[in-house]
Design a protein around this ligand. Structure first.
Ligand SMILES: Cc1cc2nc3c(=O)[nH]c(=O)nc-3n(C[C@H](O)[C@H](O)[C@H](O)COP(=O)(O)OP(=O)(O)OC[C@H]3O[C@@H](n4cnc5c(N)ncnc54)[C@H](O)[C@@H]3O)c2cc1C
Length: 452
């Protein structure tokens, strides 16, 4: 086996992209995936049906030459369409214009596009191969085919864990050396429902938006699919009232929706059926202090830093990880160094987006229709126009730029403090002291470096 050989565990979103990038750069790559080949058997995802793709993810797809195929099937989302309890709707644009949008993509189609790209680039994909155990000293792994129980041995140079939040590689690494693992449950779960196409085959509601029904301690969102449906996700506490403990059946769900999401009820004709059939998804954040084991193993994507989905960045962050790891592996022949450098670059940034994802849940379910929030948001827009190189809304730094997440978190805190100070006790933008505010922006926010 050559030193330029790597073994990736998991052919999900990160595994597919990383295999493509590495194979394109001349690495010999084997990828082992627990499930069957989705191109043969159909996609058996089980998790969110569609995802929001933003600039960080797109940039990584561009690096692999896969952006065109993905965007061909994506639906543009220009902003949040907020559905108030009285049925009133308002579109809050994400960016300045259509150059600042996000894209709704199908997880299954994206996965298939990436597997095709990986194979085209020369990676060898092995399906129905679940990582069972690893002997790090002998550099030997065992994979099991769950369709027939057969074991398969594999000698490796190094293992890369792209096997998701429940990573078997992480478990194997932890048995060898502590990774400082902590899982923090959110205490909220989710359930997916569907808005089918209208009788004329079109979309039932505005397609170019991410719809939100914020209701305080809980909310619904809906993302468009290119087959003219929407995937609705109900986020609800796991305990208390209302919660998944009190809303147990399809008929409970209908009564709950009629009370709290009345305008959504006619859009979801199979509400009871979807609710009864679909599982409750768990939401948690995974923190690790270490992602690598010398030159023998490294984790990335959800295996290293699963997060709650409220910034729509889990996949985007995982894709950024893939480019960073491929770059570090190209920079030095010393794999221990490459893995350590990758961890040093990405771990603080993963922590930052994990924190912002948790904060965004509060913003989405409680704040998007609150008066203070809307005033601060209007002022934020104005400051972004007046100081485009210094004041970039945090959402835009995360979603439309590629500056490190940790920088976005840090600058976001400074900006939030400014907005709160400037609007405190003020009823409208006309009352804000612009001269003071401009001076504070120049003082507190150095210009952002241009992105290449
Ligand atoms: C409800 C919800 C909504 C989300 N929305 C967004 C969004 O809008 N935007 C966004 O950017 N992110 C979103 N995410 C996050 C995103 O889904 C994840 O961050 C992303 O899937 C991580 O990719 P991954 O490749 O690391 O893991 P996964 O996609 O989970 O892939 C892991 C792969 O490893 C395989 N595997 C597992 N165990 C083994 C084993 N033992 N041996 C071999 N193979 C194995 C699995 O079968 C799978 O194919 C959302 C998540 C949820 C739950």
């Amino acid at each position: 086996m050559t030193q330029r050989h790597l073994t990736i565990v998991g052919a999900g979103l990160a595994g597919g992209l990383l295999a493509t990038l590495l194979a394109q750069r001349g690495w010999s790559v084997d990828v082992f995936e627990r499930r069957g080949d989705p191109r043969v058997h159909g996609y058996a995802g089980g998790r969110s049906i569609n995802l929001a793709l933003a600039e960080r993810g797109l940039h990584a797809l561009r690096a692999a030459g896969a952006d065109g195929a993905v965007l061909d099937k994506a639906v543009m989302m220009r902003g949040r369409m907020v559905h108030a309890a009285d049925g009133h709707q308002q579109l809050l644009r994400y960016g300045r214009d259509d150059s600042e949008v996000i894209w709704s993509v199908s997880r299954g189609e994206l996965n298939i596009t990436l597997l095709d790209a990986a194979e085209r680039a020369g990676a060898r994909l092995h399906f129905d191969r679940r990582l069972e155990s690893v002997d790090f000293d002998a550099r030997h792994a065992v994979f099991v085919d769950d369709t027939n129980g057969a074991s398969h041995d594999h000698a490796f140079t190094a293992l890369i864990g792209a096997d998701g939040a429940g990573s078997a590689l992480r478990t194997a690494m932890s048995a060898h050396a502590s990774l400082g693992e902590r899982f923090e449950g959110l205490g909220h779960g989710y359930k997916e429902l569907e808005i089918p196409p209208a009788p004329d085959g079109g979309f039932r509601i505005e397609p170019n938006a991410l719809h939100i029904w914020p209701r305080g301690r809980y909310m619904c969102i809906a993302l468009p699919n290119d087959e003219r449906t929407f995937t609705v996700t109900l986020f609800l506490p796991s305990a208390g009232d209302p919660s998944f403990e009190t809303i147990r059946t399809g008929s409970d769900a209908r009564a709950f929706f009629e009370r709290d999401f009345a305008d959504a009820v006619p859009l979801i004709p199979n509400l009871e059926r979807d609710f009864d059939r679909n599982p409750i998804g768990i939401l948690a954040t995974l923190y690790l202090d270490r992602w690598c084991l010398d030159d023998r193993a490294v984790l990335l994507g959800d295996a290293a830093h699963a997060m709650v989905p409220f910034h729509g960045q889990g996949m985007n962050c995982a894709f950024e990880d893939c480019v960073a790891l491929a770059d570090h592996l190209d920079r030095t022949e010393d794999r221990t160094q490459a893995f350590a450098d990758f961890e040093a670059e990405r771990l603080p940034n993963a922590r930052a987006i994990q924190a912002m994802a948790l904060e965004n849940y509060l913003e989405m379910r409680e704040r998007v229709d609150d008066a203070d929030f809307l005033l601060q948001r209007d002022l934020e827009r104005e400051l972004a126009d007046r100081h485009p190189d210094r004041f970039v809304p945090r959402y835009a730094m995360v979603t439309f730029r590629r500056l490190p997440y940790a920088t976005a978190l840090e600058r976001g805190r400074v900006q939030r403090a400014l907005l709160v100070e400037a609007t405190q006790g003020r009823a409208s933008l006309a009352d804000v002291d612009r001269a003071w505010l401009d001076a504070e922006v120049l003082r507190r926010l150095p210009p952002l470096p241009a992105e290449t």
